[in-house]
Design a protein around this ligand. Structure first.
Ligand SMILES: *[C@@H]1O[C@H](CO)[C@@H](O)[C@H](O)[C@H]1NC(C)=O
Ligand SMILES: *[C@@H]1O[C@H](CO)[C@@H](O)[C@H](O)[C@H]1NC(C)=O
Ligand SMILES: *[C@@H]1O[C@H](CO)[C@@H](O)[C@H](O)[C@H]1NC(C)=O
Ligand SMILES: *[C@@H]1O[C@H](CO)[C@@H](O)[C@H](O)[C@H]1NC(C)=O
Ligand SMILES: *[C@@H]1O[C@H](CO)[C@@H](O)[C@H](O)[C@H]1NC(C)=O
Ligand SMILES: *[C@@H]1O[C@H](CO)[C@@H](O)[C@H](O)[C@H]1NC(C)=O
Length: 490
């Protein structure tokens, strides 16, 4: 169970007074006493039915509370205890979402032309199965048999597709823009820029789709309501791919465009100093179909016997003093306690069962920075119930505040990379210094948080469990609501 405590978030604390916690007893008394006289059998029947409902509501409430942030919980308890309101989900107390119907050139056409999404060849297979990619049949024997259909070889850059599909089915989606609190822009900006990133293309070509989107959205009647503050979008690559300041530099300059200024962007890596960048988990290969898939997987990873103390999965780069190369040779040298998956070249590109197996068998996993500060492997590791070891604080602590525990030490280990480099600190010695109880506590924390960093397979989500998509949408709606109360000002 997650603690019923505040999750880290850059937001101001929720204004509790707006969502007073109702006392279940007093509101039920109000319901019961006017109508009941305990003399008649009919009243007894009614009382029994009411009591059953109360029990049901309390059970529901404890289930949903164990997977929700404290921001959400007090508000959720509100509709649940009022017998006249049928379901929590009909409330949308954080507001409704309108999904723009963008010109097809900005999303659907990009999928249609998937064979040209990157310069090396077709990546159409990454778009199969609603963007989750091919079924990971090679994981047969590695994951429990009945969970195999929940595993795919998912590309790390498909966030835009996942969010679009889910938001179209969101319980708080509205078709009437005038009733919306937030506007979602289903733009596949990462897919659009992907094919230009490694080719010799002009700055104009790399910004073309973004310019087109911004022009279109500013022509919409609801744009002017808040100068973009109530608009949000997903950008399925790291923020640095969209922050080109000079024409000859890397990437697109989409985020630097004037009209992007106030739009909230969900990114797999954020710029920690930009309020409008929100870090969301990288997609991993696990896409549970139901809440029971999630709990079964949690039980599975919790019960693993982990034969290696730690592991490292990754490729090295041909740069001097590359920290990853150092970890790789360190790990090979410590073969008694460290396990290596060498992803040299394209070996891990299409997915390999060796990575998941290694994480499942290791107590800790080393997570140095990749080409940028974050890497998908952080989430691959935690999904397998392995405890991440970080060497850069920006790899996770300043990135995924809505999705990870408040206290870094409660679920991860931080080691100063300079002390490793100059030999004053041994990774092995640090990891061996944790007692079995401490390890178990950290692992349990990681496993408890798994729902928050996976993307469900079902279009409607997982019901009682909030996945990464749900957490992200609730977070954005809450921010927009708070901003609106403040008048959308800096
Ligand atoms: C929004 O405001 C800008 C600047 O005030 C104006 O040029 C534009 O026409 C407005 N757009 C709409 C759709 O009202
Ligand atoms: C962003 O919001 C601020 C504050 O509300 C406003 O002054 C500014 O004009 C907005 N920027 C754009 C590009 O709309
Ligand atoms: C883990 O090891 C223990 C003791 O060696 C054994 O009893 C247990 O069945 C093993 N569990 C799994 C899931 O293999
Ligand atoms: C490998 O381990 C040996 C013995 O533990 C040690 O002397 C040596 O310096 C290590 N080499 C590297 C590259 O870590
Ligand atoms: C990855 O899969 C595609 C087809 O799905 C295949 O053409 C390609 O050769 C594979 N690449 C590697 C490195 O295995
Ligand atoms: C090693 O690096 C740490 C951290 O930068 C530093 O405090 C320490 O003095 C260094 N030790 C040596 C022997 O260079």
């Amino acid at each position: 169970m997650l603690p019923y405590s505040k999750l880290p978030s850059p937001d101001p604390p929720p204004k509790k007074s707006k969502f007073p916690e109702l006392d279940p007893k007093s509101s039920l008394n109000g319901l019961i006493y006017p109508t009941l006289s305990l003399q008649s059998p009919r009243s007894w029947l009614l009382l029994v039915i009411l009591l059953l409902q109360v029990i049901f509501v309390l059970v529901l409430r404890s289930v949903s509370m164990s997977f929700s942030t404290s921001h959400v919980a007090p508000q959720q308890s509100h509709p649940e205890i009022s017998a006249s309101v049928p379901r929590v989900s009909d409330q949308c107390e954080l507001g409704k979402i309108y999904v723009y119907d963008l010109p097809k050139a900005l999303n659907e056409d990009l999928l249609q032309n998937c064979h040209e999404l990157n310069p090396w060849g077709s990546r159409c297979d990454m778009l199969l199965n609603d963007g989750f990619g091919r079924q990971a049949s090679a994981l047969n024997g590695v994951v429990p048999e009945n969970l195999l259909p929940a595993w795919h070889w998912t590309d790390q850059f498909v966030l835009e597709i996942i969010f679009h599909r889910r938001i179209l089915n969101h319980r708080c989606r509205t078709l009437e823009p005038e009733s919306a609190a937030a506007f979602y822009i289903p733009f596949y900006v990462g897919l659009a820029v992907g094919k230009y990133l490694w080719s010799d293309s002009s700055a104009k070509a790399r910004d073309m789709h973004c310019d087109m989107m911004l022009k279109w959205v500013q022509d919409q009647p609801y744009w002017n309501r808040s100068d973009g503050w109530d608009h949000f979008t997903a950008m399925g690559r790291i923020t640095w791919d969209f922050r080109r300041s000079k024409d000859e530099d890397w990437g697109s300059s989409c985020i630097y465009k004037k009209a992007m200024r106030n739009i909230t962007r969900l990114l797999i890596e954020r710029n920690p100093w930009d309020y409008f960048d929100v870090g969301v988990p990288y997609p991993t290969g696990f896409h549970p179909r139901s809440a029971s898939d999630v709990t079964q997987w949690q039980d599975y990873v919790r019960s693993r016997n982990r034969s290696s103390l730690y592991c490292f999965a990754g490729a090295t780069r041909m740069v001097k003093n590359d920290f990853r190369s150092m970890l790789l040779s360190h790990c090979k040298n410590e073969s008694g306690s460290c396990r290596v998956v060498d992803c040299e070249g394209t070996r891990c590109m299409n997915g390999t069962s060796a990575i998941l197996e290694t994480f499942l068998d290791s107590v800790f996993c080393l997570q140095p920075r990749g080409d940028s500060f974050t890497r998908r492997s952080i989430f691959d590791c935690m999904v397998a119930g392995s405890i991440p070891v970080f060497f850069w604080k920006r790899s996770a602590y300043f990135q995924y505040a809505w999705f990870l525990p408040d206290e870094p030490g409660s679920y991860s280990v931080f080691i100063d990379r300079n002390e490793v480099r100059n030999g004053t600190k041994s990774i092995k010695a640090v990891l061996e210094s944790y007692s079995q109880e401490e390890v178990k506590r950290m692992r349990d924390k990681v496993i408890d948080y798994i729902p928050k960093f996976i993307y469900a397979k079902s279009r409607e989500g997982l019901g009682t469990i909030k996945d990464a998509f749900d957490v992200a949408i609730d977070g954005v709606l809450r921010r927009i609501k708070e901003q609106q109360e403040l008048g959308f000002k800096w």
